[in-house]
Design a protein around this ligand. Structure first.
Ligand code: FPP
Length: 254
């Protein structure tokens, strides 16, 4: 179990929250729908890009904090298959920010023993983005600490379709396919081998799943905070974990 030292100043709100966290009942996997960058910028009469840039700082803090907390997996929803509907200029800017983030942070990610893995239809992204991602995957693949999934050109339905098609290809000619089981499907998801999220966090108050990890969140606890993503700091992550630990998880039982 990771030590929590260094995560909060003595006497701070963060320290108080950390005190409430039971180290023996930590979530293994937290998934986050990072929402509200545009609204954050709008409230300040700034262009949307400023919201995304500020959101990148939240990404940095939450990745670092999650690793220090000893999480096994952190999954961040950065760009959905639906986000291509945004103006081209915003899409380009998001891709540039992503490249900037990866280039800037990969050394630190590596030193923090984090494994970086993009999930989604990565082959559809522009080549320069793919190259940066491949390099990041290669340089961190032997790390043994937290697995960081960044969902890019990701859709939950697309992931399921891709999983079914992978199974179909593996089993050869149509008609010779074995009956599909939950285990088989799980093994063909982008997240194969990782535990399902225990906790799903959504920022900015929207009560939607937005096509995120549809299969994997079957029994995840959901924490929605009104905080906009660029304002989301480690204290908000601690609050979400405290909330999670107050839930009674029954998985359909009594
Ligand atoms: C949602 O806010 C956020 C996104 C679509 C993109 C998330 C991207 C980042 C946090 C920055 C870069 C990412 C990484 C992984 C470094 P929104 O634009 O939908 O906000 P709105 O609903 O208020 O308009």
């Amino acid at each position: 179990m990771a030590e929590f030292e260094g995560l909060a100043e003595p006497g701070s709100v963060e320290a108080e929250l950390l005190r409430k966290i039971d180290r023996a009942r930590m979530p293994r996997h937290i998934a986050v729908i990072m929402d509200g960058n545009g609204r954050w910028a709008g409230l300040r009469n700034l262009p949307r890009v400023s919201g995304h840039r500020a959101g990148m700082e939240s990404v940095r803090e939450i990745v670092e904090t999650s690793a220090k907390l000893g999480l096994e997996v952190l999954t961040l929803y950065a760009f959905s298959v639906e986000n291509w509907k945004r103006p081209r200029s915003e899409v380009r800017m998001l891709m540039n920010l992503l490249k900037e983030y990866v280039r800037r942070e990969i050394k630190h990610i590596g030193e923090s023993n984090i494994r970086f893995r993009p999930i989604g239809r990565i082959h559809e992204l522009e080549p320069s983005v793919q190259r940066v991602l491949e390099q990041a995957v290669r340089s961190t693949r032997d790390n043994s600490g937290m697995l960081l999934y960044v969902a890019l050109n990701y859709g939950g339905r697309a992931e399921l379709v891709d999983a079914f098609n992978r199974m179909r290809r593996r089993t050869g000619r149509a008609g010779t396919m074995r009956a599909i089981t939950e285990e088989m499907l799980t093994q063909h998801l982008y997240t194969a081998g990782a535990p399902d999220p225990d906790l799903l966090i959504r920022t900015s108050g929207e009560m939607r799943i937005s096509n995120f990890l549809l299969w994997q969140i079957a029994y995840s606890e959901i924490h929605v905070t009104p905080t906009l993503w660029p304002d989301f700091r480690r204290r908000h992550l601690f609050e979400a974990i405290v909330d999670f630990q107050q839930r009674s998880r029954r998985y359909g039982g009594l």
